[in-house]
Design a protein around this ligand. Structure first.
Ligand code: PLP
Length: 397
């Protein structure tokens, strides 16, 4: 029997792609320079030089057959050890090579971990606003995602709301900081309080509650903001990292997950993850790209460009009369819409070829997400359209 639930999920489409496709069609009609596309979170700046140097080095030292051979299912042992050594050095958690599994970005980590931790029953929880695919992963394994609200003005954690949202069947919490879609970096104070709450709830419920720390944007932070390393404050955290955003390699599909040696039920989880990556076909990440990327772990593309975009966009929009939470990381800005129906705002903006994504897709109606990983020029040309809309809605200052 065909899985009708999956078929229905497949038919439901993805609003970001739909708007982006509309933009591509419009570009053919009005010219690409007249479409202001803020929909897709794909890096627009070149990878750092260490990526190219490492590629050259590998090409010079290995034959093509060696370079392009199959990698072991969970990654080369030396690549896994380099990731573990980096995490030990930077964050003091005693990871070993066998604790690290090389994956196709954090997407693989999320798909595999939701399967491993939820298939036996139990639910996932996350904090709003959140990356829409979390729901998809949970539902695809027959589970559900509980959306826990955050502080409506700052999007920082609201511990009372978290306590209310947790139930005895909460098995995992997906966390994402810096956040897609808000750009908010979660503060230490709230995270430490959450860790204490979860310790208490684990005892009360008599089973572990795992945090899956989805951190593709960890290294994209501005103004020296601290990004707390969750495994160092809560041992039942599985850390997930990706090279897609920080070093602009989304198409090469490299990332990893790290299971701390002290994780509850370590042996079962580690074995189940290995089985799931095989069962899903997520094995043997590109030999060349895992070797290249791992030697650049911690490096970033020139993120001063994103910071410049953030400053320009945030400054201009708030000056015009829009309300936005100040984004401290990633390359997204979450803007309150001047009418409650964000989709209606998006449609109105589309008429002027301004493409943004409604916050409903991120569990937060009344907002739109702007991905500002675009050229500065696009932002400069889009500002008059934002001003025109602010005037039409009567919010312009
Ligand atoms: N998690 C978040 C919050 C994201 O924004 C994305 C991509 O946009 C992903 C996970 C998946 O990224 P990747 O699989 O390329 O690492």
């Amino acid at each position: 029997m065909i899985d009708q639930k999956l078929a229905a999920m497949g038919r439901s489409g993805n609003i970001i792609r739909e708007i982006a496709e509309y933009g591509a069609e419009q570009a053919k009609i009005v010219g690409a320079e007249n479409v202001y596309n803020f929909t897709i979170g794909s890096p627009s700046i070149d990878p750092p030089t260490c990526i190219f140097e490492k590629m050259d080095e590998l090409r010079a030292s290995m034959s093509p057959a060696q370079l392009h051979t199959y990698a072991p299912a969970a990654g080369f042992p030396e690549v896994r050890e380099k990731a573990a050594a980096y995490l030990r050095r930077c964050f003091g958690v005693p990871y070993r090579a066998q604790d690290v599994i090389i994956t196709c970005g954090t997407s693989t980590c999320l798909a595999v971990l939701t399967r491993v931790l939820l298939s036996g029953g139990g639910r996932a929880m996350t904090f709003t606003p959140y990356f829409m695919d979390y729901k998809y992963y949970a539902e695809s394994v027959g589970s559900t995602l509980t959306e826990c609200p955050t502080d409506p003005y700052t999007f920082q954690l609201d511990l009372d709301a978290a306590e209310k949202a947790l139930t005895s069947d909460t098995m995992l919490i997906v966390m994402n900081s810096p956040n897609n879609p808000s750009g908010v970096v979660l503060r230490r104070e709230g995270l430490e309080a959450l860790a204490k709450l979860l310790e208490r709830k684990q005892k009360e419920y008599g089973h572990p509650i795992y945090i899956v720390a989805d951190e593709p944007y960890r290294d994209l932070v501005y103004d020296g903001q601290e990004v707390v390393f969750l495994p160092s404050i809560y041992k039942n955290t599985i850390y997930c990292y990706s090279f897609s955003k920080s070093v602009s390699l989304p198409g090469e599909r490299v990332g990893f997950m790290a299971l701390p040696p002290e994780l509850d039920d370590y042996d079962d989880i580690s074995s189940a993850v290995m089985a799931a990556i095989r069962a899903f076909g997520y094995i043997c990440v590109s030999s060349m790209w895992q070797r290249v990327a791992i030697d650049c772990l911690g490096a970033t593309s020139d993120i001063s460009i994103y910071k410049g975009n953030r400053d320009l966009l945030y400054g201009a929009l708030t000056e015009m009369g829009y309300t936005c939470v100040h984004p401290d990381g990633a390359f997204y800005l979450f803007m309150k819409t001047p009418e409650p129906d964000a989709e209606a705002f998006c449609r109105r903006a589309m008429k002027d070829n301004l493409l943004v994504v409604p916050g409903d897709s991120f569990g937060t109606p009344g907002y739109v997400r702007l991905a500002y990983c675009v050229s500065r020029d696009v932002i400069e040309r889009a500002l008059p359209v934002f001003r025109k809309l602010a005037e039409e809605y009567g919010i312009a200052k």
